[in-house]
Design a protein around this ligand. Structure first.
Ligand SMILES: [Zn+2]
Length: 165
């Protein structure tokens, strides 16, 4: 018997990454190599792209360690990878010297990049899912022994503002 349970391991993450690149970013000049990994579990940071300190020819996309949890839909993980690849395509942490914009999030450039790549629906789905589910997802996991971290509407909306960047 060779039945495997769906596990969100490194291979699973790499498959999503690779298909996202192939389907939506294959036109982008690959300057640095990119690897993808699960980062730390975090309340606010969904993903990041950086250059490996020990190897400037290597970029690293990290996604929130909480994304191993099956309650987070796969499209959300894909949308976070797309977000980071938009930065890469714009020349941030990609090894490229040309940046298409002065700042990574200048004037909605990430959203526009999703749209130009035919991914506007994914962007919308991401926003809706985060608004609807992230505060409670996080509260459930951080409040076992403490006062709820997201007890007020203000805290919740602050969290969401920080998240979507
Ligand atoms: Zn960003």
């Amino acid at each position: 018997m060779n039945q495997t349970v769906n596990q969100r391991d490194q291979e699973w993450l790499e498959d999503i990454f690779q298909s996202t690149w192939n389907e939506h970013f294959s036109d982008v000049k690959r300057v640095n190599h990119i690897r993808v990994e699960f980062g730390r579990r975090a309340k606010r940071r969904l993903g990041s792209i950086s250059v490996d300190r020990n190897n400037p020819g290597q970029s690293i996309v990290r996604v929130n360690g909480w994304f191993r949890d099956e309650e987070v839909p796969e499209f959300l993980i894909r949308s976070v990878i797309v977000h980071e690849l938009c930065h890469y395509a714009h020349g941030f942490n990609s090894g490229s010297k040309d940046r298409k914009h002065q700042y990574p999030h200048a004037g909605g450039v990430v959203r526009r990049e999703f749209a130009e790549r035919g991914l506007e629906n994914l962007y919308e789905q991401q926003q809706q899912w985060l608004h609807k589910n992230w505060p409670s997802f996080i509260s459930k996991r951080y409040t076992a022994h403490r006062k709820p971290v997201l007890s007020t509407r203000r805290k919740r909306s602050k969290l969401l503002r920080m998240l979507i960047s």
